[in-house]
Design a protein around this ligand. Structure first.
Ligand code: SF4
Length: 64
C-alpha cells in the first residue's frame, strides 16, 4: 500500500520546513509552499513521520 503526504492548505504557512526535512518528495513553489512530488516509499516513512511532527502548523498528514 502506498502512503501519501497530504497538505492542509488553509493551515500551511509555507515556510518550507517540510521541504528541508523531506526534499525527496517535497518541492517548493515560487511562494515557498510545498509541492508533494511522489508517494512515501518505505525508506521515507521515518522522515515523513518526522515532517508531520515538525510542521509548526500541524498541516501535514500521512494518508493511504
Ligand atoms: S512545514 Fe507545514 S507549514 Fe511549513 S511549508 Fe510544510 S506544510 Fe506548510
Amino acid at each position: 500500500m502506498s502512503h501519501q503526504l497530504r497538505v492542509d492548505w488553509p493551515a500551511c504557512k509555507g515556510r518550507g520546513l517540510c521541504h528541508e526535512l523531506l526534499p525527496e518528495i517535497v518541492d517548493l513553489d515560487e511562494w515557498g509552499y510545498p509541492i508533494v512530488t511522489g508517494p512515501i516509499t518505505d525508506d521515507l516513512r521515518p522522515d515523513a513521520a518526522s515532517a508531520v511532527r515538525a510542521c509548526p502548523r500541524l498541516a501535514l498528514r500521512i494518508v493511504d
